[in-house]
Design a protein around this ligand. Structure first.
Ligand code: UDP
Ligand code: MG
Length: 310
């Protein structure tokens, strides 16, 4: 009998959690051929999420929970869940029902076939999302896929079912700056993509502000491509060439026509422009340096306050 672990990261999900648990239980009872395990990861919630999870875990022996000492972010929560999952297959699901549990049976049939090691979901519409956010999201996927060799799929959600081999591969990537969408692509394996129409969260509100998403996208770029570093070197080189050409032109012009002192405004503009580019490139360098700095500290990805594993 196969065992499936459902990893559910939760941050302030007191409103949505009961709905999720009820819906998931319904599907679980329909899949009577498989054993199930729930792993709720409370990511330092400030509301009653932990109390709700604890209550469920007392009534339902399949429910395990981990509670962090503070909010470490969804990436850490997913990692903790994967590390503690004991199933032959592991699914990562949001607590807000945006990852419909009803897809599980179909996902399971794919992943048990020889061909696929994981089944991932991709939303085909971005309905219910502010247009500006959709625009930047699309732009981000275009940019990162141009720059990175790892395939990062537009609209991919973290909702996926993986077999043990793939889970172990993901766990073996112990980096501090985690960007799961890239990690899943990087480890390889055969993935079946299930497109589905975006569902709005059942209760509560999104934990991702525009700013949080922006920082997360930078994380993705820095973690999965070093192209910006190459681009800044190329920029620097191009400007050196340009400057050299200008110098030659100015020398020749001065020898032919004497010494014209005009051209101050253009000089200032050029100086400001080059200064800007320099700061921009130093900034890029700084991003990589800061990530490398954090990696070398080897801090744990999360700190557990309590759990019910032992
Ligand atoms: N989440 C988390 N830690 C965080 C932010 C979010 O564990 O710091 C969880 C959250 O409880 C939910 C999932 O990650 O189960 C997705 O979050 P959300 O629904 O807010 O994101 P969205 O669906 O709007 O992208
Ligand atoms: Mg959501």
């Amino acid at each position: 009998m196969d065992k499936i672990s459902l990893v559910v990261p939760c941050y302030n999900e007191q409103e949505a959690l009961p709905y999720f648990y009820e819906a998931a239980c319904k599907i679980v009872s329909e899949m009577s051929e498989q054993a199930f395990e729930f792993i709720f990861v409370d990511d330092g919630s400030k509301d009653n999420t932990l109390e709700i999870v604890k209550k469920i875990s007392v009534e339902d022996k399949r429910v395990k929970y981990i509670s962090f000492s503070r909010n470490f972010g969804k990436e850490s929560a997913m990692y903790a869940g994967l590390q503690n999952a004991t199933g032959d297959y592991v699914a990562i699901m949001d607590a807000d029902m945006q990852d419909p549990p009803s897809l599980l049976p179909e996902m399971y049939t794919y992943v048990t076939s020889e061909k696929y090691d994981s089944v991932a979901t991709r939303r085909v519409t971005r309905d219910g999302e502010p247009p500006i956010r959709s625009f930047f999201a699309r732009l981000f996927y275009k940019v990162i896929n141009k720059m990175s060799k790892t395939d990062i799929v537009d609209g991919a959600r973290d909702f996926r079912l993986m077999n043990r081999k793939m889970v172990d591969a993901v766990i073996s990537m112990e980096e501090y700056n985690r960007f799961s969408k890239g990690i899943f692509g990087w480890v390889g394996f055969n993935t079946k993509w299930l497109p589905y129409v975006n569902v709005e969260r059942v209760a509560g509100e999104t934990k991702w502000s525009f700013w949080k998403l922006f920082l997360y996208s930078l994380e993705g770029i820095v973690a999965f491509t070093t192209a910006p570093l190459a681009i800044s070197s190329i920029l620097g080189f191009t400007f050196c060439l340009l400057a050299f050409t200008f110098m030659i032109i100015i020398i020749i012009r001065t020898m032919l026509f004497g010494d014209p002192v005009g051209g101050w405004p253009s000089l200032i503009s050029v100086m400001l422009f080059i200064g800007g580019i320099q700061l921009f490139c130093t900034g890029i360098l700084g991003q990589y340096l800061s990530k490398a700095y954090l990696e070398t500290k080897k801090r744990p990805l999360y700190v557990i306050k309590e759990d019910n594993f032992s």
